[in-house]
Ligand binder design. Structure first.
Ligand SMILES: Cc1cc2nc3c(=O)[nH]c(=O)nc-3n(C[C@H](O)[C@H](O)[C@H](O)COP(=O)(O)O)c2cc1C
Length: 376
């Protein structure tokens, strides 16, 4: 079954998404009073704003536990498949992703949940496959994570089961390295005869390899766009060599204000109220034996001292875009020039900050020729 062609697959030269709004605090490890309240009503209002403004997607974070500290960031999170399905019922255009920890959700259940959301959204459901890095979440499920690279072999088999259930009519058997089934069947199929787009954000060699082999969108780590450009080009070429086409995206926190002074003051306000205790726990999990292999300890240490605002606003170090509308648009053009296809954005308060971004930044991106005005 082919991956579907949609605004997210084709469309604008540079695409925009929102990231993390289903979780309290979003991407920001700070206890400022205006930090994000991830209520359903706030998410529904945000999705309507984003859809009307022509943003391509919303990407949630599948989170089962907060990070402690004063803010206990992400402690409250809406489950992502049900969240996506609800938002798809309310919106018209954009893709909404549901995020799945493959070791936690049985592939037969997942295949049907995704199809149900896809039917609700008339073909706008997307899947984020996550292999995990937080041992404390896996402990909650009373299961242990596979060794780091084995997780991606498991995900490969898991994804084969899911896609076979979508593709195959009648009864069939599956025999893989992790799953063995007889007499499988599943209906209905994904909407419109093409499969939902799949994203993966593994940045280690094994994670990136999985994304190149299987995903439609690879979310990678980016220190600077220029540093990342060769790797972005290489990921796309490696996919092309095996007859696949992938986009490369990054997540980023955005602070956009009319003046540089306001930008700096707001960033400093967030750093002054940073939840270093929660960040510390996040780093411990990330760098543990069972954590991630995406970023070196040196890189993490470097970011914390060189750019604390990037660390605090962006989940411990996602890319940070801060400036006036002209500067933010120029920074996004820099990402585009490095070969990236899109950015999934976290705001400290999505609902109060997205309208200004849409009013000031997206028209500038249109004038730069990397996005088109929305066709109504
Ligand atoms: C855009 C993006 C979305 C992610 N979503 C989740 C998520 O919802 N839940 C989660 O546990 N990890 C999430 N991750 C973590 C990655 O899936 C991955 O585990 C991590 O980057 C470690 O990569 P590695 O396995 O290649 O070392 C996300 C990462 C990024 C950049």
């Amino acid at each position: 079954m082919n991956a579907r062609s949609s605004g997210l697959a084709e469309g604008n030269g540079f695409k925009l998404g929102l990231f993390g709004s289903n979780c309290s605090g979003g991407l920001a490890f700070t206890s400022v009073p205006e930090r994000w309240d991830a209520s359903w009503d706030n998410n529904a209002r945000l999705a309507l704003l984003a859809d009307t403004a022509g943003l391509e997607c919303m990407v949630p974070i599948a989170r089962w536990k907060g990070f402690g500290g004063e803010s206990n960031v992400n402690a409250s999170s809406l489950e992502t498949i049900t969240w996506a399905t609800g938002l798809l019922a309310k919106t018209q255009r954009m893709t909404v992703f549901g995020t799945i920890h493959v070791q936690m959700i049985h592939p037969i259940l997942a295949a049907k949940q995704i199809v149900t959301g896809d039917q609700v959204g008339h073909g706008r459901f997307g899947v984020n496959i996550v292999c995990g890095w937080r041992s404390d979440e896996f402990e909650m499920f009373r299961t242990e994570q596979y060794a780091h690279d084995d997780r991606y072999d498991f995900a490969t088999d898991w994804w084969r089961v899911v896609t076979s259930l979508w593709e195959r009519d009648g009864l069939f058997d599956h025999k893989g390295n992790f799953f063995s089934f007889v007499n499988l069947e599943s209906a209905p199929k994904p909407y419109g005869g093409s499969r939902p787009l799949m994203m993966n954000a593994g940045s280690s060699p094994a994670g990136r390899g999985f994304a190149i082999q299987n995903s439609d969108l690879h979310f990678d780590y980016c220190r600077t766009p220029e540093d990342s450009a060769p790797r972005i080009a290489e990921s796309k070429q490696m996919a092309e060599k095996i007859g696949r086409k992938i986009q490369v995206w990054i997540p980023a926190s955005v602070v956009c204000r009319p003046t540089q002074r306001e930008v700096d003051e707001f960033a400093q306000h967030c750093v002054d109220k940073a939840d270093w205790e929660a960040l510390e726990w996040q780093y411990q999990l990330y760098q543990s034996e069972t954590g991630s292999k995406g970023r070196s300890p040196e890189e993490i240490a470097r970011l914390r001292t060189h750019d604390p605002a990037r660390t605090v606003l962006g989940y411990g170090g996602s890319y940070s875009i801060r400036g006036t509308p002209d500067q933010v648009a120029a920074e996004i053009k820099r990402l585009y020039d490095a070969g990236l296809s899109g950015v999934a954005i976290g705001f400290v308060n999505y609902l109060s900050e997205l309208p200004y971004f849409v009013q000031e930044v997206t028209p500038r991106l249109e004038r730069m020729g990397i996005r088109k005005p929305i066709a109504n």
